[in-house]
Design a protein around this ligand. Structure first.
Ligand code: AMP
Ligand code: MN
Ligand code: MN
Ligand code: MN
Length: 293
């Protein structure tokens, strides 16, 4: 039996809310034993050319990636796209629309935090932003750790910035249909990211999966840094029942912040069909190492 492929198809760079550059991530993935890698910044593919070049330079196979923010039944759902053409005009345009409004939302978040005595949060969060179009809750969380409001970003998301807590601002992202279509039409595969993270009822979750499939979505993240071992089993079963391919990714954002490092997750359960079986022609293979004499 051959060893399973070490794939990590979900992580973030400074192009969205990670703290490492695409090059640093590629090197870290390689050092941790990753063989197939994808950078999946939120709502942004501006880092793809750098990531693919860095992957080739350090001997990693690469799939293009993105994590699109979608509004579905009053919640935010993340759809990962893999193996698309990063020059596809409709995808680029759709992502640009999705990013729009983040700055206004961030100002409203800061105003709401000021209400509970946390001042200067907009300017504070901006200091952590690598891409001005992509100010996110993660940047606010880093500011709130730096200023001692919370001990780590996990505490921030328990006490602030989430539904019903100070600093949360309702926002309208892309539609599920559009996100799946952009990915599909650019030649990629759409995957529901970290399904256990959403607070849907069983009926709502069923609606998410059936609508997603109806629009042409094909995959689900089973093994992710956001799932427990019990949740791997739950979503492995669901993938089989619904005929979806399975994906795997750490969702790594930052050393010292993320609990799961690149390349350190257990392999996908053997009975599942991995997402890369649908993407064999889309993998950008690393050049074979040259034999020096
Ligand atoms: P945004 O896209 O601005 O809504 O920011 C969402 C980001 O916050 C996620 O991609 C995660 O990086 C981070 N995050 C960390 N913990 C949580 C949590 N419990 N709920 C929501 N977001 C979280
Ligand atoms: Mn994030
Ligand atoms: Mn996510
Ligand atoms: Mn993510």
């Amino acid at each position: 039996m051959t060893a399973p492929l070490n794939a990590d198809l979900h992580c973030h760079s400074v192009v969205s809310d990670g703290t490492l550059t695409p090059e640093e991530l590629a090197q870290r993935a390689k050092a941790n034993g990753v063989q197939l890698w994808a950078l999946t910044d939120h709502d942004e593919i501006g880092g793809q050319a750098r990531a693919a070049a860095a992957a080739a330079a350090c001997g990693l196979d690469y799939l293009t990636g993105v994590e699109i923010s979608v509004s579905f039944l009053q919640q935010t759902v993340h759809i990962v796209g893999l193996g698309f053409d990063a020059n596809n005009a409709a995808l680029i345009e759709g992502l640009q629309q999705t990013r729009g409004g983040r700055s206004q939302r961030a100002r409203e978040m800061a105003a709401d935090l000021a209400r509970v005595g946390i001042t200067g949060a907009f300017e504070g969060a901006l200091k952590y932003v690598g891409n001005p179009e992509l100010i996110s809750r993660t940047h606010f969380a880093r500011f709130m750790v730096e200023t001692g409001v919370c001990k780590d970003t996990y505490e921030v998301f328990r006490k602030y910035l989430t539904e019903g807590k100070p600093g949360f601002v309702e926002h309208r992202w892309a539609s599920l249909k559009d996100a799946v279509n952009w990915i599909r039409e650019a030649g990629g595969v759409a995957v529901i990211a970290h399904p256990a993270r959403y607070k849907f009822s069983a009926n709502e979750e069923f609606a998410l999966f059936t609508e997603f499939k109806g629009f042409g979505g094909q995959g689900v993240e089973v093994v992710t840094g956001s799932h427990s071992a019990a949740e791997y089993v739950t979503y492995a079963k669901l993938a089989t029942e619904l005929g979806l391919v399975a994906s795997i990714g750490s969702d790594f954002h930052s050393p010292g912040e993320s609990h799961t490092d690149l390349g350190t997750l257990p392999a996908l359960p053997a009975q599942l069909t991995p997402v890369w079986t649908l993407l064999q022609t889309r993998i950008q293979h690393a050049p074979a190492p040259s034999l020096t004499t």
